[in-house]
Structures are given as C-alpha cells and as structure tokens.
Design a protein around this ligand. Structure first.
Ligand code: NAP
Length: 253
C-alpha cells in the first residue's frame, strides 16, 4: 500500500484499456480514484472492480474536451472524494488517415481530446495540487510522437503533450507538483484492436507481427503502463519531473 492512503487520483478515459488498469492500480496503491469517461455508466466496471477489492472510487461522466463538463467533473470529484492531487490524462481517440484523406474533423477531434482535454483537466486540478503543495500529473503520449504513417493528427497531439508536460513541470515544480509523460508502444487494448480492424488484419496476427519488431519480443499490456504511472505518482518519484518515459519494450517501437 502507498504511504498516502487518502490522496485522490483522477484517471481520464478510465472505463477501459490503459485507463482502467491504471485506475485499478492506483486504487490498489491506496488512492481514492475518480474514473472519468465520456459515459458515466461505462465507468461502472472499473469502479465495481475497485470497490470489490476494498478501494474507494467514483465514476464521473465528462467529455474532457468540454470546459464546462471538465469544471463540473472536477468540482464533483473534490466534493465527493476530496482534493484531486493526482491527474492521469489518458483519454484518447484515433482518427487515422493519410494526410490527403484526413478531414478537418479528424484533425480537430484528435487535437481536442488529447491536447485540449489534457490542458482543461490540468488547469482545473492544479488549483488543488498547489493548495496541497503536492501533486502529480502524468500525460499519456505515445511512440507515435516520433512520427507514424497515417497519424499526422495523433503524432502531432502526442508530441504536443510532451512539450505540455515539460512546461507544467517548470511552472508547477515550486509547488511540489511534478509532471511527466509516458509514451507507450504497442499495448493490447480496444484501440490497437480497432487499428488492426482498420487495416483488415486479424488482431492476434497483428499482435504477433508487432511483437517480432519489439526488442523484448512481446506486445505491451495495460498493466505495463499502470505500473509506470504508479511509480511516477509515488513519493519515490518526487525528483522526477518533465520526463518522457518510453514504455515500449525497447527504446522505441
Ligand atoms: P481505449 O481502449 O480506446 O480507451 C480510451 C478511453 O478514453 C475510452 O474509454 C474512451 O471512451 C475514452 N475517451 C475518449 N474520448 C474521451 C473524451 N473526450 N472524454 C473522456 N473520455 C474519452 O484506449 P487505450 O489504448 O487504453 O489508450 C489510452 C491512452 O494511451 C490514449 O491516450 C492513447 O492515445 C494512449 N496510447 C495507447 C497506446 C496503445 O497501444 N493502446 C499506445 C500509445 C499511447 P469511449 O469508449 O466512450 O470512446
């Protein structure tokens, strides 16, 4: 268990995938967890697993790209669980297409969820972190930040999150708040399943092909990311800030 059992963590996109695994891990570490996702009912599984294991959690429906919904969600979390001092900006979407076929809406949706969403959530929660003189922000970047065919929108957003992270680290460090980014490689979730479907491949075959290119010769699991988040939000990581940690089974994937 963590040395900070009453701290409150917020995980966006916590209904499934990496967000769900992270919410469960932080609850196991002793945090009370707000599971934020577009649809409040969809948070039920994650919240149920946490409470069944003896943890404290609440599901909150909000679109992270909507300023009013974000404000209302964060106020509700503070009222129901306490001041949110850990924020994991994990909510994400894909709208992959080659540049010449990418629509305005493909571009805007990805920018809005990843960049605007992380900005709005960070701005709304930093007040509680700076008041407590302790806080942790973890942003989900991606190996796609290094460039990836068909992902001009997503690669740009994920690279942007790295600059955002470093700037938050510089601005908030004096208040005991750290900010770091995790850049996952291939993690088995609905998101990578959707990518396999889009390119017309069987998901198992898609994973096997991906694993061959990864130095540790396996694809990642949501728990691989959750474990890294667990370290970054711990007291042990208080001198780690403004970093991008590639969790990809190799230097990049
Ligand atoms: P996922 O399984 O698709 O889950 C993403 C979650 O975010 C979903 O529950 C989704 O809700 C939610 N979400 C989407 N838009 C939202 C919004 N506007 N407001 C609130 N919630 C929203 O994805 P994942 O694979 O776990 O990925 C999690 C994060 O890691 C993402 O930021 C992703 O870009 C990043 N990442 C993933 C991989 C990978 O290989 N999987 C690699 C690198 C980085 P709905 O179900 O309602 O859409």
């Amino acid at each position: 268990m963590s040395d900070s059992p009453s701290r409150v963590a917020v995980v966006t996109g916590g209904a499934r995938g990496i967000g769900a695994a992270t919410a469960e891990r932080l609850a196991a570490d002793g945090f009370a967890v707000a599971v934020v996702d577009l649809d409040e009912a969809a948070c039920g599984d994650t919240v149920g697993k946490i409470t069944a294991a003896g943890g404290r959690a609440v599901g909150v429906g909000a679109d992270v790209s909507d300023a009013e919904q974000v404000q209302a969600a964060v106020e509700r979390i503070a009222a129901e669980l306490g001041p949110p001092v850990v924020l994991v900006n994990n909510a994400g979407v894909l709208r992959d297409n080659l540049l010449f076929k990418m629509s305005d809406s493909d571009w805007d949706t990805v920018m809005n969820v990843h960049l605007r969403g992380a900005f709005l959530m960070s701005r709304a929660t930093q007040r509680y972190m700076t008041e407590q003189r302790w806080g942790r922000i973890v942003n989900l970047s991606s190996t796609s930040a290094l460039g990836n065919r068909g992902q001009a929108n997503y690669a740009t957003a994920k690279a942007g999150l790295q600059g955002f992270t470093k700037t938050l680290a510089i601005e908030l460090g004096q208040f005991g708040v750290t900010a770091n980014a995790i850049a996952p490689g291939f993690i088995v979730t609905d998101m990578t399943a959707a990518t396999a479907a889009r390119v017309g491949m069987d998901f198992d075959e898609f994973q096997k092909l991906a694993a061959k290119e990864i130095p540790v010769r396996r694809t990642g699991r949501p728990e691989d990311i959750a474990g890294t988040v667990s370290f970054l939000v711990s007291d042990d990581a208080s001198f780690v800030s403004g970093q991008v940690i590639y969790v990809a089974g190799g230097p990049r994937a």
